[in-house]
Write a protein that binds this ligand. Structure first.
Ligand code: GSH
Length: 214
């Protein structure tokens, strides 16, 4: 049996971040489904894996982790010699990747995830989209994407000409936003648009999307 276990569901953006990393690294793993409708993530034994009751949770032998971005960093470093090098370069390059990872988590993701909730998930649950929230977060996301547009004019990916964890962490929310009216924010910025098209076409990411259909 594969020593790596991911507890989560293929539709969860945070779970997708971890699955994309495992596929990039060409690692074998077991996806252990969590029945969220039954509240399995709020009860034992799941709470022993993540006391905050959120997916994904991760096990590699006796190591147990949660928080998707911490999990991806562990995988990238522990399995550095496997598959795609997601943390490429020297210490200074790695520090730059670290900055871009923080920017995704603290600048891009707050606005992007509010938009995915308003534009994708609320309609799925029969709830009404709040236009004021959409407007506010589109403006916030536009500012971040302006900065990305400037960076991507100089390199193919966010930190250099290699695809790294900094790019990968954006995949779940970008994929979702490209199917909404917020796509216009990407389309209107040529470098951002090319980057988004490039990273969402990666074979590892396509494998994550294929899991949703099962
Ligand atoms: N910062 C966490 C966020 C995890 C998260 O928000 N997971 C969602 C699914 S994508 C969840 O478990 N939601 C249910 C809940 O919060 O009760 C991570 O990156 O792992």
């Amino acid at each position: 049996m594969a020593p790596i276990k991911v507890h989560g569901v293929p539709l969860s953006s945070a779970t997708q971040r971890v699955l994309a990393t495992l596929y990039e690294k060409e690692l074998e793993f077991e996806l252990v489904p969590v029945d969220m409708k039954a509240g399995e993530h709020k009860k034992e034994p799941f709470l022993s894996l993540n006391p905050f009751g959120q997916i994904p949770a991760f096990e590699d032998g006796d190591l147990k982790l949660f928080e998707s971005r911490a999990i991806t960093k562990y995988i990238a470093h522990q399995y550095a010699d496997k598959g795609t090098d997601l943390a490429c370069g020297d210490t200074k390059q790695k520090a730059t990747i670290g900055v871009a990872i923080e920017v995704e988590a603290h600048q891009f993701n707050p606005a992007a995830s509010k938009l995915t909730w308003e534009l994708t998930w609320k309609p799925v649950y029969g709830m009404v989209t709040d236009k004021a929230v959409v407007e506010e977060n589109e403006a916030k996301l536009a500012k971040v994407l302006d900065i990305y547009e400037g960076r991507l004019a100089h390199s193919k990916y966010l930190t250099c000409d290699c695809f790294t964890l900094a790019d990968l962490h954006h995949l779940p929310t970008i994929q979702c936003l490209l199917g909404t009216e917020a796509k216009k924010l990407f389309d209107s910025r040529p470098h951002v648009s090319a980057w988004a098209a490039n990273i969402t076409a990666r074979p590892a990411w396509c494998k994550v999307l294929a899991l949703e259909k099962h």
